[in-house]
Write a protein that binds this ligand. Structure first.
Ligand code: SF4
Length: 207
């Protein structure tokens, strides 16, 4: 996966300026640590999408093609509102894909970003090395918020043994393209906290 970072990392201290973290971070504009942003991706989901790559992942999948995104905290810090502005600057973009790394390790900030993008009408998808069931089991409310602000979730770690180049928008057969909205809608009449997802049947996602 190419992380053509559209953000010029600027870590040089500016004489006389306050340290970057000295100003309290407003809750409405949390800071995300990113490996990069591709503003016109055609490989991270259907259509022209803005792909946002989180920095940090500890799943350690053998065969991962993006190991540079594994260390935490070494990416570029950027606020949610700045990311939203970048997304909106390309009128051809109809969807946004959260990838990495793994965005669920920064669930609080990504949940705010996903909610903002949903309100603006973008289809929001996310890739994660966690399974749907493990995310549903999480007691972290930010994880639940992020999940519920997604349209599509591609879940599970990359499995080298199940690698399949014929699959659309996923690398191995164990990964599922989940219709998050339908999954939660179907749960409305159920009481179990962890329930099976409804898989996406849209050809544009699963071919
Ligand atoms: S979840 Fe993704 S980024 Fe993380 S190790 Fe697995 S394949 Fe790599």
């Amino acid at each position: 996966m190419a992380c053509d970072c559209a953000l010029a990392p600027s870590r040089e201290p500016v004489a006389g300026s306050a340290p970057a973290r000295a100003t309290p971070i407003p809750l409405s504009n949390p800071i995300l640590n990113l490996a990069g942003i591709v503003q016109d991706s055609i490989v991270d989901g259907p259509g022209i999408r803005c792909a946002i790559f989180a920095q940090g992942c500890s799943h350690a999948c053998p065969g991962c093609h993006n190991p540079a995104t594994h260390p935490f905290g070494i990416g570029v810090d950027i606020g949610v509102e700045e990311i939203v502005s970048l997304v909106r600057s390309n009128p051809l973009v109809s969807g946004v894909t959260l990838s990495g790394g793994d965005p669920f390790f920064q669930a609080e900030g990504f949940s705010v970003l996903a909610a903002r993008l949903k309100r603006l009408g973008y289809e929001v998808a996310a890739y994660t090395g966690f399974t749907w069931e493990s995310l549903l089991s999480s007691r972290d409310p930010s994880v639940q918020d992020l999940l519920r602000n997604l349209d599509i979730l591609v879940d599970g770690p990359f499995s080298l043994a199940e690698r399949d180049l014929s699959l659309r928008f996923r690398g191995s057969g164990n990964q599922r393209v989940i219709d998050v909205k339908k999954s939660f809608a179907a749960d409305a009449a159920r009481s179990d906290a962890v329930f099976a997802p409804i898989l996406c049947a849209e050809r544009r996602w699963v071919g």
